[in-house]
Design a protein around this ligand. Structure first.
Ligand code: TRP
Length: 329
């Protein structure tokens, strides 16, 4: 029996290279080795976008196109939509009784995001208890591993606390999960910010045109002290080198370029041109496939529906165990 891996994305926009390095590439490698579930967490996107239901629906389609274009294969990975699994809401409501307000307020992931979004006391309750619904996501599918970035580790910890408390109170139904770090690390934004994100305006999207990619790479942060070609330049903190390390298959050549840059005599423009070519090699086939896939909206959403039906079967299986353990109907 294969182990179970489960991850998800909130559909808040199209996916970018940060997603590719931080999660998509990993999912492609896990596909086939694990019984993999990938969830589009539409209802979790609503915890901080309650009025934007149409955007969330549109982004669900866009994210689905991104998944399929990079090669997440619905035959090998169950891709599903959170709003199509009522058992998740049922389980969340029982879990809410197992978590205190002070525990919810201490969650570092939520604390950070609350600060970013400027919520303070006006935080929607749904957002505050987001870790509890994410715990339901993880535990309902009896996940062995949750492949996520470090920022999401507190979510897995919360899930495990709930699993233990549940099992202690009602009987051994739920399984502890482990976070699984990405084998490919993470990617900074174009401006050198540690996080690539749509809202920071520092992202290259998988669907960007060749011209957009080129324009964005040309704005990339390098070494502000490296002004003239003969100047010595810094490699550390230089986003172009970070991206070459992540995407350029010719590691020997990259090592040479680094040495040359540090010594002086290598200009930023020449370096960026190389990166444009390297990225184009990755993105061109993705872009082509994506354009093709996006033409048939019904087919794309049909695949999501099919995955959701399949996930629903697994969901009901655990949920009936939960109800029985809790002496419910
Ligand atoms: N919180 C995750 C994010 O913001 C998305 C997510 C929702 C998730 N449910 C999940 C990730 C369950 C892993 C497992 O990226």
């Amino acid at each position: 029996m294969k182990k179970i891996a489960l991850t998800g994305d909130r559909p808040t926009g199209k996916l970018h290279l940060g997603h590719y390095i931080g999660s998509l590439k990993n999912r492609l490698e896990l596909q086939g080795k694990y019984e993999q579930y990938v969830m589009i967490a539409d209802t979790e996107a609503l915890t901080h976008n309650a009025e934007r239901v149409k955007d969330v629906r549109e982004n669900t389609f866009e994210v689905m196109c991104d998944y399929l274009a990079v090669g997440i294969d619905p035959k090998k990975t169950t891709i599903f939509l959170r709003s199509g699994i009522p058992q998740l809401f049922e389980l969340t409501s029982y879990f809410l009784n197992l978590v205190t307000l002070s525990r919810a307020e201490q969650n570092p992931t939520i604390k950070n995001e609350m600060k970013e979004k400027g919520f303070a006391r006006n935080v929607p309750l749904g957002f505050l208890v987001y870790p509890v619904s994410q715990s339901a996501d993880i535990l309902l599918f009896k996940s062995d591993v949750v492949p996520v970035g470090e920022d999401q580790y507190p979510m897995v910890e919360q899930a495990n606390e709930i699993a233990e408390k549940f099992n202690r109170l009602y009987g051994p139904v739920l399984k502890r999960a482990k976070p699984l770090p990405s084998a490919h690390g993470r990617l900074s934004g174009l401006d050198g910010n540690a996080k690539m994100s749509k809202s920071l305006g520092n992202a290259i999207f998988l669907s960007d045109s060749a011209e957009e990619v080129k324009r964005k790479v040309m704005t990339m942060y390098t070494d502000p002290g490296h002004i003239h070609v003969p100047d010595k330049g810094r490699v550390k903190g230089n986003v172009v080198f970070e991206y070459l390390d992540a995407f350029d298959p010719d590691t020997k050549e990259v090592a040479k370029l680094k040495a040359q840059y540090q010594k002086g005599g290598l200009g930023d423009v020449a370096l960026k041109k190389r990166l444009v070519d390297v990225l184009e090699e990755l993105l061109l086939p993705i872009r082509r496939r994506r354009a093709e896939i996006a033409k048939d909206r019904n087919a794309v959403m049909g695949l999501l529906e099919k995955g959701t039906k399949k996930a629903g079967v697994a969901a009901e299986k655990t949920m009936s165990e939960v109800r029985k353990a809790m002496h419910l109907l």
